[in-house]
Design a binder for this molecule. Structure first.
Ligand code: NAD
Length: 398
């Protein structure tokens, strides 16, 4: 059999710990036998990040800007314990944060829906994709504890020195205060990424804030989305047969619970932080969530939503058997291959991505799965496979 040819490389970002082990297995058993795989390889494993003073992370993000499609393995974000464990020169920043800052994108997280791994919300039939705005608000807030009586004001000093003021509160007793911001440019990028991704995946887009209470802050989000939609996307949405829907956040939450799924829910930074964990746990497992960073100028970086599965890695190092779920990492690869195929007009590559996803889902629905899924499945007598055998079972179906 001739292997599938590729014309443009995918940017490959290798990672750490157990997911690095899965990464190689996926390539060896599921990709290399079928595809003449073209990648530009960047080793984002912590040792090499340290060796290159994290330059490799920056290079990989710039390569993504050049080629348009990347696939990333989970990576360690160092903390004090990791600095000691890996004898690091510095506590390097989160690679995802660095990449996101360079690509300026929005992260879309979606569950992989499989029969037999049923969501707790019984009417959810299709995935709900969360788009989280990843800039500003409470994450870049300034706060103060107010010790006693006194006035707190917001003060804006313009370039020419003129001031405008807004009273926050006239305190008569101790309390607390918080100031936060966002910038129109970032909200515009967020809106465009959401509209583009909705068109890309042919799904409805929902967006919700608390604009009835926050008449300037949240209302600006609402207005920017509406202006960009009306001027740049309304016709394209109509042609694609999808809609953009704005509502209040409390109404959105109520509708989400009663919905079937099958749409993108765009959330402000904090709402997205909270809601994405609700969605992933309600759909069953963090190991079944994919994640894609979409930049407003059309670059895509695919990854699993989970981390490096550190606990399994230490077992693996001790020579013990692991049963680590590789589904989200496989779907990161299929996402990247499909997008690369789409951009290059490479139908075979797109079809291969579909087949690999189907083989993965069929394997689980056929009763063969990793331990995390076996614990929650409604399929009777599931066969629990170890990390390698699960991937081999998928290869057999493929
Ligand atoms: P984790 O996602 O690796 O694990 C969290 C829990 O979920 C664990 O109990 C684990 O057993 C379970 N789990 C997650 N994925 C699984 C899978 N594929 N199969 C079976 N079980 C799975 O998160 P953590 O333990 O908090 O972090 C470990 C490391 O991962 C940290 O160093 C952190 O910095 C990093 N991390 C990276 C990313 C990323 O690169 N996107 C995201 C989160 C955490």
């Amino acid at each position: 059999m001739d292997k599938i040819k590729m014309t443009t490389p995918i940017v490959e970002m290798d990672g750490d710990e157990m997911t690095r082990i899965l990464w190689q297995m996926i390539k060896d058993d599921l990709l290399l036998p079928y595809i003449d795989l073209k990648t530009e390889y960047y080793d984002l494993g912590l040792e090499y990040r340290d060796e290159t003073n994290d330059q490799v992370t920056i290079d990989s993000a710039n390569a993504t800007k050049k080629y348009g499609v990347a696939v990333k393995c989970a990576t360690i974000t160092p903390n004090a314990a990791r600095v000691e464990e890996y004898h690091l020169k510095e506590m390097w920043k989160s690679p995802n944060g660095t990449i996101r800052a360079i690509l300026d994108g929005t992260v879309f997280r979606a569950p992989i829906v499989v029969k037999g791994i049923d969501p707790c919300v019984k009417n959810w039939k299709k995935p709900i994709t969360i788009a989280r705005h990843a800039y500003g608000d409470v994450y870049k807030g300034s706060e103060m504890k107010i010790p006693g009586p006194g006035k707190v004001e917001l003060v804006y000093t313009a370039g020419d020195g003129s001031e405008s003021r807004e009273l926050v509160h006239d305190f008569t007793c101790p309390g607390i205060v918080q100031g936060m911001h966002n910038i129109n440019k970032s909200i515009e990028s967020f809106a465009r990424s959401c509209f583009n991704y909705a068109l890309d995946t042919k799904q409805e887009l929902w967006f919700a804030t608390k604009d009835t209470i926050s008449k300037k802050y949240d209302h600006t989000f609402k207005d920017i989305f509406q202006e960009i939609f009306d001027s740049e996307y309304a016709e394209k949405f109509e042609a694609a047969g999808i809609t953009y829907f704005y509502t209040l956040i409390d109404d959105a939450v109520a509708r989400v619970m009663k919905s079937e799924g099958g749409y993108i829910w765009a959330c402000k930074n904090y709402d997205g932080d909270v809601m994405s964990d609700m969605i992933s746990s309600a759909f069953g497992s963090l190991a079944m969530m994919t994640s894609v960073l979409v930049s407003p100028d059309g670059n895509y970086e695919y990854e699993a939503a989970h981390g490096t599965v550190q606990r399994h890695y230490y077992k693996h190092l001790k020579g013990e058997e692991t049963s680590t779920n590789s589904v989200a990492t496989i779907f990161a690869w299929t996402g990247a291959l499909r997008k690369r195929g789409e951009l290059d007009g490479n139908k075979e590559l797109m079809e291969f991505a579909d087949k690999l996803e189907k083989a993965t889902i069929d394997t689980i629905e056929g009763g063969e799965m990793t331990k995390d899924l076996a614990l929650i499945t409604t399929i009777p007598n599931p066969v629990v496979l170890n990390s390698g055998d699960f991937i081999k079972a998928i290869a057999k179906r493929l």
